[in-house]
Design a protein around this ligand. Sequence first.
Ligand code: S3P
Length: 172
Amino acid sequence: MKSNIVLCGFMGCGKSTIGRALAEKLNMRLIDTDAYIEKKEGMKISEIFSSKGEEYFRNAELEACRELADIKNCIISTGGGTLLKDENVTEIKKGGTVFFLNISPQTVLMRLRHDTTRPLLQRKDKEKAVNELMDQRMPLYRKAADYIVSAEEPPRKVCAKIISIYNGGKNV
Ligand code: S3P
């Protein structure tokens, strides 16, 4: 098992919440790629999208993955689009084991019904946006994953499952 725990999955799957819980329980540093990019750019993700565009943000994600390739003993919580590109996956996997937090479109819609921070979901028909994006992305998350964990359960349980895999090397 590589030393970093990398969390990936669709918006709303709980990457940040579970990342924080894992960092606390395992006494490891948490790096959230969105927060990392926001700090570097001095702007919120939504501002980066609106003022510089999605492509700029995607390049910033690649840069972040490159910069984080050599880091050790961290929890890395990625953005929902970060591990869709092969190159990003290759970089992040140099030091990390990837856990894909799997949830249904219905759960995403329920959890993010009041969200205004995700530029990709600020559409009239949120349901259509979620379904389309998930259809495209699901095979890529699966491909990036070393382990697939259901994130429908409470964060405490998801966290415990990841820790047992990380410590024991068991598959799920
Ligand atoms: C994105 C997910 C967001 C953020 C950006 C783009 C995506 O992160 O990186 O809005 O393409 O799915 P979260 O998954 O943490 O919401």
